[in-house]
Design a protein around this ligand. Structure first.
Ligand code: G4P
Length: 530
């Protein structure tokens, strides 16, 4: 395939949502549409259910499933669609943030009963950092939810993005009759008993068409007319440029469980979603059309079998064509590496890749060469940017319970944090290891894996830090002063950057006031703290 053709036909995106809004159901229905699976139920949720927090076998099983569903590709119309899966569990949010660096757009699923939830807000914050284009799917319209206008207001308010409905629901809950497609003036009629992907579409000649009254009844038809008038009055017309700039989100309504409203969203997605985009490196921006291959590692997954400590590194291809059994340059290590068995994954099967193109993700078997953020090129010395670490929310000191296994512990901690399971900070003096996570579950995973894969026994001692802030300053003496005075609250991150472990929001504010020459950043890539 020619590189330009491959780029034009690819769409790489992620579905994001607060747990339970319907991400797994929607993913599965998209795969059904694409013919990638034949029956519902083939995609397992990668959610780690709450009850499983102490069931480590379950965690291991889930990890296996999430490898299998890490990337799902399917053809649809003339496009190749790559869906990058994101973990459903909140405790693995950091994994999701990193996956978002490897996509070109997202579909955000909202539960119409619950509206914007905590995790929705955080994920959208990450999308906004990169101006990722967003399509919103308001799900579960078959349930008695909230007024659609209220939901749209809430989206705009809480997610700080303008919205534009492209379909409009006719009632909701038990009275849900379907949606009116605003862009082609047709009705899509809802039938809860339907089990196939077939749709019941009624073309109309516009809102005044009497067919609408025949199909919906006078009352609902008139209400629809009033609502559409209101929509046209309140919301600007859909502007593709604004969408691509991440400023405006088109909104669709439907029910993933009932296979309803998905096709119109998928069709629109194919038309408007961006093709694979370039990325920036420390030396220059890279365009997908460039002939030479380059890409970056955004996710590392440990193999499930503890006897084989090999891992799978997921590489997003940014430019050129990737070929199997070809030497590529590992920039950080300064050495050439080649891959005999690069893989793609779909549902539970994986297959060998001979070649792959910008927007594609390949899984590379790795015996410890890769870290998250690593760059592969055809020889050029450049490093992809934009895979920041975010501040963890929970911090604990690692207490070594078996001094004979200190070496193994250090190795285990290093490897697990390279995989991105958690962040490791080292506090001087005393060389104290501090692990930071976004949820409790990771501590259990780390403790279990350190014991099972490295033979190290640890306990964790809770530390009362509020957040980690990366520090920079062009006045070294001020920085040195701060580090000396606050030695119990300063640590080094994995790359040797100084981090302030602020005990509280108040203390962080005080530090910023007292040390105006030091900048405190929310992420490791030094975006200033909002
Ligand atoms: P997630 O991946 O975002 O966490 O959500 P998931 O798809 O697992 O969906 C969460 C629950 O919501 C599931 O029910 C699912 O069946 C239901 N659901 C998804 N879409 C719709 C919809 O359009 N309408 C209705 N009424 N329900 C929907 P569950 O009981 O938690 O799981 P399950 O036993 O059905 O799998």
């Amino acid at each position: 395939m020619k590189l330009e053709d491959a780029i034009k036909t690819r769409k790489t995106f992620a579905i994001i949502s607060h747990p339970d809004a319907g991400k797994t159901t929607l993913t599965e229905k998209l795969l059904l549409f694409g013919g990638a699976i034949q029956v519902a139920g083939a995609v397992k949720s990668n959610k780690i259910k709450k009850t499983a927090t102490s069931d480590f076998m379950e965690i291991e099983k889930q990890r296996g499933i999430s490898v299998a569903t890490s990337v799902m590709s399917f053809p649809y119309r003339d496009k190749t669609i790559n869906i990058l899966d994101t973990p459903g569990h909140k405790d693995f949010a950091e994994d999701t943030y990193r996956t978002l660096t490897a996509v070109d757009s997202v579909i955000l699923v909202i539960d119409c009963v619950k509206g914007v939830e905590e995790q929705t807000e955080r994920l959208m914050e990450v999308c906004r950092m990169r101006d990722t284009p967003v399509i919103v799917f308001i799900n579960k319209m078959d349930r008695p939810g909230r007024d659609p206008f209220d939901l749209l207001d809430e989206l705009e308010e809480k997610l700080d993005i303008r919205v534009r409905p492209l379909s409009w629901p006719i009632n909701y809950g038990p009275d849900f009759k379907g949606v009116y497609k605003l862009y082609d003036q047709s009705l899509n009629i809802f039938d809860a008993s339907k089990t196939t992907v077939a749709e019941n579409i009624i073309e109309t000649k516009g809102l005044e068409d009497s067919r609408i009254d025949e199909v919906l009844g006078k009352k609902d038809a008139n209400e629809l007319r009033e609502n559409v008038e209101l929509i046209d009055g309140v919301y600007d017309a859909f502007d593709n440029k604004e969408y691509l700039a991440g400023k405006l989100a088109p909104v669709f309504f439907g029910s993933a469980l009932n296979n309803f409203g998905i096709k119109e969203m998928l069709d629109t997605f194919c038309e408007i979603a961006p093709q694979p985009q370039g990325r920036t490196t420390n030396t220059r921006p890279v365009k997908p059309e460039e002939k030479k291959f380059s890409g970056f590692v955004f996710k590392i997954h440990a193999n499930i079998d503890p006897n084989h400590r090999d891992r799978i590194a997921f590489v997003r291809i940014v430019s050129g064509e990737f070929k199997r059994n070809t030497f590529y340059y590992h920039v950080r290590l300064g050495k050439n590496v080649k891959f005999a068995n690069p893989a793609t994954f779909l549902a539970s099967s994986k297959s060998l890749v001979e070649e792959a193109y910008p927007g594609d993700v390949v899984g590379l078997y790795d015996t410890g060469n890769f870290k998250i953020g690593d760059t592969l090129t055809e020889g050029e010395e450049m490093l992809y940017q934009g895979i920041p670490s975010f501040s963890p929310e929970l911090f604990r000191e690692v207490v070594n319970k078996d001094p004979m296994k200190t070496k193994q512990l250090q190795k285990g901690l290093q490897q697990l944090t390279e995989e991105g399971v958690a962040q490791l900070f080292t506090r001087q003096p005393g060389n104290i290891n501090i692990v930071g996570t976004v949820g409790n579950l990771q501590f259990e995973v780390i403790q279990y894996r350190l014991l099972n894969e490295y033979g190290a026994v640890v306990e964790f001692k809770p530390l009362g830090y509020h957040m980690a802030c990366w520090m920079t300053s062009d006045k070294p003496e001020k920085m040195e002063h701060f580090i000396r005075v606050k030695s119990s609250e300063v640590a080094l991150d994995k790359d040797g950057n100084y981090v302030f472990l602020a005990p509280s929001a108040w203390m962080l504010d005080r530090a910023r006031e007292s040390y105006p020459d030091i900048q405190f950043h929310k992420t490791s890539e030094f975006k200033t703290l909002a």
